[in-house]
Design a protein around this ligand. Structure first.
Ligand SMILES: Nc1ncnc2c1ncn2[C@@H]1O[C@H](COP(=O)(O)OP(=O)(O)O)[C@@H](O)[C@H]1O
Ligand SMILES: [Mg+2]
Length: 296
């Protein structure tokens, strides 16, 4: 597993936390993410040494309570196993923290840097999509409603049309075709490559369940397929098709709703990444392709 150097100052240093079940030995790695997350070597039960991830609330949108509660429901009901064990959770100042047992594995973005064989990449993408359908097949009734992001709705036309004519016709489409939204599927809520760990060509762990709960399944699928600015896959329709092939092997979705969610996501990411010309060009191409694709 890759070691990430410290890349910014932590808001709260794990050294300042009074842990109940672990003793901190060493801080090892600082993965890139929204909250302050640190891989640490710890002593547990005054005996064994383990590696754990300490996740401390940083993002103002964090929802650690949901993450802890939903991880518990998943384990207690035997719904899903590829999740980290919560060792403890608590508060430091006005922030929450969680200590999670480490799951071994690497992100697809790192794995794909080492692979040239397209067929092998496609196999990964099929498994990636199938895993999301596995999660969507978990019964939803025990879970709270998933937290919504404001960008799940279409961008406000008044605010954005003056910036960019390219995007304006897609925003028209979004406004005119907003689908009926059903919040009746258990969703992960943040199923993008940074939250999925792989080992020996299989998914070993799915992390970051803050946005999980009863939600809109096509939105969750789109979130996984929308290209992020530094991402080197899902930048073409073929990758998305392999993902959906895996999804369709054990699940189903509404094509028009997925199309709407994809176009909506692309528009928001386009608007948010004003300075990134190359990324924006890729998004424009994806929008063109998605617009004419019939999802067959
Ligand atoms: N239990 C774990 N095992 C292995 N890696 C983890 C674990 N928890 C977190 N990570 C690593 O830390 C990163 C950030 O954790 P995550 O829960 O996704 O926080 P954020 O909400 O800030 O994105 C993950 O993408 C992963 O690389
Ligand atoms: Mg994350």
């Amino acid at each position: 597993m890759k070691i990430y150097e410290k890349w910014r100052e932590l808001n709260i240093d794990p050294k300042d936390i009074n842990f109940k079940k672990i003793k901190l030995i060493k801080q090892i790695s600082f993965p890139h993410c929204g909250n302050d997350v640190i891989e640490c070597e710890c002593e547990i039960n005054n005996t064994s040494i383990i590696n754990a991830f300490i996740k401390i609330e940083r993002s103002t949108r964090a929802s650690f309570e949901t993450e802890v509660n939903h991880l518990k429901i998943l384990i207690d009901n035997n719904y899903y196993k590829k999740i980290p064990k919560v060792i403890e959770d608590g508060n430091i100042e006005d922030k929450k923290y969680i200590v999670l047992e480490k799951i071994n594995g690497s992100r697809l973005s790192d794995i794909f840097l080492e692979i040239n064989d397209q067929e092998l990449k496609n196999n990964y993408l099929v498994k990636y999509g199938k895993e999301l359908a596995t999660i969507h097949n978990i019964p939803g009734k025990l879970f709270l409603e998933a937290k919504q992001r404001s960008i799940n709705n279409y961008p406000s036309k008044e605010k954005y049309k003056k910036f960019d004519a390219t995007i304006s016709k897609y925003i028209d489409y979004l406004i005119e075709n907003k689908p009926e939204i059903n919040y009746n599927t258990f969703i992960h809520g943040d199923f993008h490559y940074g939250n999925i760990l792989w080992e020996n060509e299989n998914i070993s762990g799915v992390l970051d369940w803050e946005y999980s709960g009863k939600g809109f399944k096509e939105q969750d699928i789109a979130w996984a397929c929308i290209l992020r600015s530094t991402q080197r896959f899902m930048d073409n329709i073929s990758d998305i098709k392999y993902f959906l092939k895996g999804y369709n092997s054990i699940g189903s979705f509404d094509k028009e709703k997925l199309k709407w969610c994809l176009i909506n996501g692309y528009c928001h990411f386009y608007i948010m990444n004003k300075e990134e010309k190359i990324y924006r060009k890729k998004i424009r191409n994806l929008l063109l392709e998605i617009n004419k694709w019939n999802f067959l």
